[in-house]
Design a protein. Structure first.
Lengths: 569, 163
């Protein structure tokens, strides 16, 4: 059957079982939007800014294992989307971005709303395509979905000129895709896995360190099984939280710049590190030279060979899909005669418990001023630890990561790699669409929330009962913290004067607003928001201690064990 | 160390910019880069000369392999290989310099491929060291223009790079 390019786009999305497309219409995508109008299988979610569409699609992916899809028009539609695309790329989030382009004959003519989309987005996508012939359209979209999800996942962009969406051709959706230039490894090398296991079983002071790869590959169960079988301590990166139950004794908390004392000390003093789907990021291991001072063996499982030995030299690299490698590892562990060295492990655990007893996350909640830690702690209790939590970027993000204990994967949605302020609210929207029955809270600050605040309007249109936990300290808190610690208390441009009345703002958008100023009101307000206002969006403006800082802290360029603790100050 | 990286890449528009963009984004250095289609018109062969430590070259090959359009990547300098580049030099050739130019070109097995009353264009192929030596051998003030293709290379004997 002959279909127009626009019809083909919709048919392809239907074939891929896409249920939601986040987007914003414009001149170049009018034919496609016309086709949206004529069908009701795919629901289009109209955002208020293209950045919101991309973050929402991104979080839709993060919080489910479906591929988020977004659509924007040419030129400014694309440039607005770039921040969102780069955010997804840095965290390896599978996503398909469909962009309109000016008609083929106009490309290169500086046409109205023309931008070199493929050129602009090239460094922040896994791959991108410009469709030049309507007969290539279906296969290109198929490739986009295939590339986004397989191997190391990532955003894939398809740029579609307007004339292509009007031209007709025979539609046939390819069932499979094979690309000679793209064959990601799945199974890990059995010999390497055997070697790794031998090292693990001989380890005296081992640690398991995992990242976003475990979440993205849905391997939390397998990781938990392996960790329990080995009885090793485990720590996770910001992106890895939820990959192992945070309430379990073997979990040492997050590591890195704002990681726990026990996690960072254990990482620094371990003799064997098993890294899984993590990339030894600068915020995670600090200075790689300090990290390598203690003699140790590093085993690294990752689907992306270029992540291995990039910042830290690895002894046993295992390239493969994490669940496949873990399966093989569990199988070999079952069959192995050797067992973990329980005597050495007992001594190691004793040392770790000593570090843990420092209770590095302790804080004092007085009667007058609300501390941010207390709010997150209460949020955790009120939601029973089972909500989806999105966050923006800054102090509140770290407090959320430290104090909300994630027992399940895909519950913690934040921009770890790019660190994009403005991510939280649109991410909460995408999360809610992917999980329409679950409570969703966005932990944010008065700085971040204002970067995509227009999405409150989208939330009203689609009746999204998100709970916004605004930790309002009047400062760009993380900037202020660094200025306090490293720039002689010169708070250059980090104080945000003239903040809006967030309660009235929420009400203006048709939502419920609350201002909470007393510690005693924190829990009752949260309970009210999650019960009485279960089906409303509640903007909770918590006026918190303007001086609160995030500890422990490893200053940039320092080694992991050189932590500043709250008690040191 | 200097490495010669050979790449087979899908012959599609934008493929070159994916490679050059990768090098600039990650701060890798490019000494020279050549590219042209192969006997299979759907593939291009690219030769990149880069200088870097072993760690960096390892990262370069891994990052190149990650590009979706790239079919194969080989570090030619890891084993026996041949490398050549072509240079075209336009020189002033008048008076006694005219005879001298011809002689130097002959010594380096260059060929004069364009002649006017006052100039020659000399064509010469060889590895980078030979081309450099040739250019050094000519009086610099007589060189009017030079064009170098950059290095292309191929493995010796059974080392074959193809799909």
């Amino acid at each position: 059957m002959q279909l127009t390019g626009a019809e083909i786009v919709i048919r392809c999305l239907q074939e891929e079982k896409v249920e939601h497309v986040f987007g914003y219409p414009g001149g170049s995508v009018l034919f496609i939007y016309d086709e949206f109008f004529k069908q009701d299988q795919i629901k289009h979610i109209l955002v208020r800014h293209e950045q919101g569409a991309v973050h929402a699609a991104d979080a839709y992916s993060r919080s489910s294992n479906k591929i988020g899809v977004c659509m924007v028009t040419s030129g400014p539609g694309v440039t607005n989307a770039v921040t969102g695309i780069a955010t997804a790329y840095m965290d390896s989030i599978p996503m398909v971005v469909l962009t309109g382009q000016v008609p083929t004959a106009y490309i290169g003519q500086d046409a109205f709303q023309e931008a070199d989309t493929v050129g602009i987005t090239r460094p922040c996508v896994k791959h991108n395509f410009l469709v030049k012939d309507v007969r290539d359209l279906a296969a290109t979209i198929k490739k986009a979905f295939y590339l986004a999800k397989t191997g190391r996942p990532g955003p894939v962009l398809v740029d579609i000129p307007k004339d292509i969406t009007a031209q007709k051709c025979e539609f046939q959706y390819p069932k499979t895709i094979s690309m000679r230039s793209y064959n990601p490894v799945v199974k890990g090398h059995a010999g390497q896995i055997k070697k790794a296991l031998q090292i693990l079983l001989e380890a005296k002071r081992p640690i398991i360190y995992t990242g976003g790869g475990v979440i993205l590959s849905d391997s939390a169960d397998k990781l938990t099984k392996l960790t329990r079988a080995l009885e090793f301590p485990i720590t996770q990166t910001l992106m890895g939280l939820g990959g192992y139950p945070a309430t379990d004794r073997q979990f040492l908390g997050m590591l890195g710049m704002h990681g726990t004392y026990e996690a960072n000390m254990a990482m620094q003093h371990a003799d064997v590190v098993l890294a899984i789907g993590a990339r030894f990021d600068d915020r995670v291991i600090g200075n790689p030279n300090h990290f390598c001072q203690v003699a140790r063996k590093i085993i690294h499982i990752d689907i992306d060979p270029s992540s291995i030995s990039k910042r830290v030299k690895v002894d046993v690299p295992i390239v493969g899909n994490v669940p496949d490698v873990l399966d093989e590892m569990l199988k070999q562990l079952d069959a192995a005669e050797a067992k973990p060295d329980s005597k050495a492990l007992a001594a190691w655990w004793k040392e770790i418990e000593g570090w843990r007893s420092r209770n590095c996350l302790k804080y004092k909640q007085g009667k007058e001023v609300i501390t941010p830690q207390y709010v997150v702690q209460k949020l955790y209790e009120v939601t029973g630890g089972d909500a989806f939590i999105t966050s923006d970027v800054g102090q509140h993000q770290m407090f959320a990561a430290q104090f909300y204990k994630f027992d399940k994967p895909r519950r913690w949605i934040n921009s770890g790699g790019l660190g994009t302020m403005g991510f939280g609210l649109p991410a909460a929207m995408g999360t809610r669409f992917a999980n329409p029955k679950s409570p969703v809270a966005c932990v944010t600050g008065e700085g971040s929330i204002q970067m995509c605040i227009q999405e409150l309007s989208t939330c009203k249109q689609y009746r999204l009962p998100i709970k916004i936990i605004n930790l309002n300290n009047g400062y760009l808190g993380m900037v202020r913290q660094w200025q306090e610690m490293f720039h002689g208390n010169r708070y250059s441009e980090s104080y945000v004067d003239a903040l809006p009345d967030f309660v009235k703002l929420a009400e203006a958008y048709g939502h419920v607003g609350m201002r909470i100023e007393k510690p005693a009101d924190v829990e009752p307000a949260l309970r009210e928001a999650f019960t009485k206002h279960k089906s409303d969006l509640v903007f909770m403006d918590f006026i918190i201690d303007p001086k609160a800082n995030v500890f422990p802290m490893v200053a940039a360029g320092k080694g992991l064990s050189e932590m500043i603790l709250a008690e040191d100050l | 160390m200097r490495h010669i990286i050979s790449i087979l890449i899908e012959n599609e528009s934008g493929a070159l910019s994916r490679v050059s963009g990768l090098f600039s984004a990650r701060g890798y250095n490019i000494e020279s880069l050549t590219v042209a289609p192969t006997e299979d018109a759907s593939l291009s062969r690219m030769t990149i000369v880069s200088i870097g430590s072993d760690d960096i070259i390892e990262q370069i090959t891994k990052q190149l392999n990650k590009l979706i359009d790239i079919v194969k990547v080989v570090d030619l300098s890891e084993a026996a290989h041949i490398e050549r580049e072509l240079v075209l030099v336009k020189v002033r050739a008048t008076g006694k310099d005219r005879e001298e130019m011809k002689r130097v070109a002959d010594i380096f097995r260059g060929r004069i491929i364009d002649v006017t009353e006052s100039s020659y264009v000399i064509e010469l192929t060889g590895n980078t060291a030979k081309v450099d030596a040739f250019l050094d051998a000519i009086d610099r003030s007589l060189i009017l223009e030079t064009v170098r293709t950059g290095v292309c290379g191929i493995g010796r004997g059974d080392r074959i790079l193809r799909v």
